[in-house]
Ligand binder design. Structure first.
Ligand code: ATP
Ligand code: MG
Length: 356
């Protein structure tokens, strides 16, 4: 009898800072929606953070706590739901081992020509010149595939990765690696599926293509009302528009993109767009309405965050639980992987039977 199907999620964030609106729209909202259907592993990628922030361990470590609080605040709660785990990457040695094996199978050229790697190299410059940076797609493949449902796989098994658009080329490589491993050794890994959110890429407040911690163009989930107001009021809008009476561009304008992503009052947004295109509304009014919508959305998140931050044990408790569960699940995957590669050495390492 095949075992019942297993549906798992693995996804995560680098601990390079607290979560921002891009994470919320591109990832966290999706995670919250999906948490009922899957066994969920949410990874705090502190090791991967070192690939570009190797000289700033303090920031990486402090961000772990911030991020756990952010995740709890948006409604992911491992203390209430037994199918959710927060996984602290550096504490899972199996990930390091699996990364090493996968790196043997991965042609260098696949990493070098990966579009995500190319654009991040351009973004980070020399910071991303280290060998560990080039290997992070391989380590990310290990992050995902460690959570493969146990082989032999059964119909209905799934390993799903909810992500933003920037991650898709990396998931393609992950599935290449799964295929190389399975064909070279034995069928251990299940190819992953993915789910994109409704806002796969949120622009930065400065109009750059992506809101990103490392670009400093973010609104944090933990920003207070005044900070949100200040950041929105100085946001980039339509550079071709000099006066409120000039017809403006809605497309490509981050203020409207944020309205679309976060303002639930669709009629208000449509009316603002219409007036903006006709030159009948100023940027200030459009921004003020955005401030109100964002603060209404963030208020309950802030409240929950404050409540969790006041609990002295919760961060430690969820991290411990996630580490324990991952060591069990990952340990099982590693046994299959080592056996497929013949490096479980069953004979060599079996206990000796001593003749009497
Ligand atoms: P860093 O600059 O340190 O890489 P980041 O802001 O890009 O930070 P990551 O930890 O790399 O954040 O991304 C975590 C997840 O959030 C990924 O699934 C990514 O696709 C998603 N994400 C990050 N930024 C955005 C964004 N601006 N829009 C949509 N999704 C995003
Ligand atoms: Mg990133």
């Amino acid at each position: 009898m095949p075992r019942p199907p297993q549906k798992r999620i693995l996804t995560g964030m680098r601990t390079t800072g607290a979560a921002h609106l891009g994470h919320y729209a591109g990832a966290l909202r999706n995670w919250v929606d999906m948490q009922g259907e899957y066994e969920c592993y949410f990874l705090l990628a502190d090791v991967q953070a070192f690939s570009t922030h190797f000289d700033d361990p303090q920031r990486i470590v402090e961000s772990v706590r911030e991020m756990v609080l952010d995740w709890l605040a948006v409604g992911l709660d491992p203390t209430k739901q037994s199918n959710i785990f927060f996984v602290l990457q550096s504490q899972i040695q199996d990930l390091t081992e699996l990364t090493t094996y996968f790196s043997m199978l991965t042609p260098m050229a696949y990493v070098e020509r990966n579009p995500t790697i190319k654009s991040e190299r351009a973004q980070y410059g020399e910071r991303a010149g280290n060998l560990g940076f080039y290997n992070y797609p391989v380590s990310q493949a290990a992050d995902v595939l460690l959570f493969t449902p146990p082989p032999p796989h059964t119909d209905g098994d799934e390993l799903c990765v909810p992500v933003g658009e920037d991650q898709l080329p990396l998931l393609e490589l992950t599935n290449d690696i799964a295929g190389w491993f399975n064909r070279t050794y034995d069928r251990v890994f299940l190819e992953c599926t993915h789910r994109l959110s409704e806002v796969p890429r949120l622009m930065g407040t400065d109009g750059q293509a992506k809101m990103s911690k490392s670009l400093g163009n973010v609104i944090l989930l933990s920003d207070d009302t005044e900070t949100v107001q200040k950041k929105v009021m100085s946001m980039y809008t339509d550079p071709t528009r000099l006066r409120a009476t000039d017809p403006g561009h809605v497309e490509g304008n981050p203020v409207f993109m944020y309205h679309d992503a976060f303002n639930p009052d669709v009629a208000e947004v449509d009316e603002l767009k219409d007036r903006y295109r006709k030159g009948r509304v100023g940027d200030v009014e459009v921004k003020r309405k955005l401030v109100a919508a964002l603060n209404a959305m963030l208020d309950p998140i802030r409240e929950r965050r404050d409540a969790f931050a006041g609990d002295p044990d919760i961060v430690q408790e969820v991290l411990r639980g996630g580490i324990e569960q991952t060591r069990a699940v990952g340990g099982e995957t590693m046994q299959h992987a080592r056996a497929a590669m013949y490096i479980d050495y069953p004979k060599l390492l079996a206990p000796q039977t001593v003749a009497t």
